[in-house]
Ligand binder design. Structure first.
Ligand code: NPG
Length: 375
């Protein structure tokens, strides 16, 4: 099918509850939704770049620029029959994985719809429900955190991830562990520590955690290998893995024993599946990370997490945990067994609601292929 039009929708949605990590606090989340139009169908992708370069160097502004000036012109008016065709058209851009992922994933949705199959099936997924957990941000006090964890457990979340940073770590994690001795629990430092903090991680090592996520520098592999050698608890890398190559290098030097795959961070579903396959070959479990996505990005995450080696619960919580009103329907809900059901409709299985999209939209770009242009 010929890509006739691509649109960018810069939107912002207010979070139900502010989300604080070691790099900052978010109350409103901006993102770019990409729509790709062909043969009367519309494929959707979500760009997870944030307002500022805090989690990664990409922002809404850099992603808008790369999409508008490099990626969209490369695919407009072109014929695609598979997502690989779209990726092959992309210019050889270094970096900017979140911008690339948004457009590529929209093409996955488009092609899956054209073939009449759910995205999960097109990716090779094997599950109809995916195990999930909840990520709990840094709170104003330990009491507030315990209350929040308790509320999420009552909602049915069977695995909890706590955000940590220097000054909000061992004591907090110990308190949660003492209150819920059998709770599957993990922590995420978002790169807030250095190797000099190894004693903090040796203490966390005795708290029965599933994993310790990205303790050290956001681009490091070498020092993570040194830290992993001192710990029984698996280190899981997030920020450091921005491509299949990073995953290979990390496993080569034993920098981690688990990988968090975020489809935006690694540059799209093709790269995400490649990292999944590599980890499966090496016996390294993976799980699906989250970036506070709308239902568009959440649907792609759910589809990805149906692949067989996603054996740990993902940061894919129910829609109600994020926004009062999402831009797409239906909402994802938590099943009693701490899973989320995989949509069975063709493509992503969610519909963007035009009125909600325009109410949330701050900026809109429409690029159409010239009909008279010889292709
Ligand atoms: O449930 O989507 C979710 C949030 C999971 O903790 C989560 N995400 O560092 O992994 C992270 C963190 C994050 C959120 C990072 C937003 C960047 C932006």
């Amino acid at each position: 099918m010929r890509i006739e039009r691509v649109e960018l929708h810069h939107i912002a949605l207010e979070l139900v509850h502010p989300f604080e990590t070691s790099f900052g606090r978010e109350t409103v989340r901006p993102c770019i939704l990409v729509s790709v139009h062909a043969d009367g169908l519309v494929g959707w992708g979500e760009c997870v770049a944030g307002a500022g370069p805090w989690f990664s160097c990409e922002t809404v502004g850099t992603a808008w620029h790369v999409l508008r000036d490099f990626l969209i012109p490369a695919v407009l008016g072109q014929e695609v029959i598979s997502p690989a065709d779209a990726v092959a058209l992309f210019p050889p851009i270094r970096g900017h994985p979140m911008a690339r992922a948004a457009l590529e994933n929209a093409v996955w949705d488009l092609v899956a719809q054209a073939r009449g199959v759910p995205l999960a099936r097109m990716l090779g997924g094997v599950r109809d429900r995916v195990p999930v957990g909840v990520s709990v941000g840094i709170e104003s006090s330990l009491e507030a955190l315990l209350e929040r964890v308790e509320a999420y457990i009552a909602e049915g979340y069977g695995r909890v991830k706590l955000k940590i940073k220097p000054g909000w770590d061992v004591e907090v994690v110990r308190a949660v562990r003492e209150r819920w001795p059998d709770l599957p629990l993990q922590v995420d430092a978002n790169a807030a520590y250095t190797l000099d903090d190894a004693p903090v991680f040796r203490e966390l090592d005795s708290l029965g955690l599933l994993l310790i996520e990205q303790p050290l520098h956001h681009e490091d592999l070498v020092e993570h290998a040194r830290l992993q050698a001192q710990l029984r608890t698996p280190i899981c890398l997030d920020e450091s893995i921005r491509s299949p190559e990073h995953a290979r290098w990390a496993l080569e030097i034993e920098a981690c024993r688990v990988i968090n795959i975020k489809v935006g961070r690694v540059g799209g579903l093709t790269a995400a599946r490649r990292i999944h396959d590599l980890c499966a070959e090496r016996g390294v479990p993976v799980w699906c990370g989250g970036m506070l996505e709308t239902n568009v990005g959440r649907a792609a995450n759910v589809a990805l997490a149906t692949l067989p080696n996603f054996t740990l619960p993902g940061d894919i919580s129910a829609s109600a945990r994020y926004y009062r009103q999402d831009v797409a329907e239906p909402n994802f809900v938590l099943n009693e067994d701490s899973t989320i059901s995989v949509p069975t409709e063709p493509g992503l299985g969610v519909r963007v609601i035009p009125e909600r999209l325009s109410a949330a939209r701050l900026r809109h770009l429409v690029r159409s292929a010239r009909r008279d242009f010889p292709v």
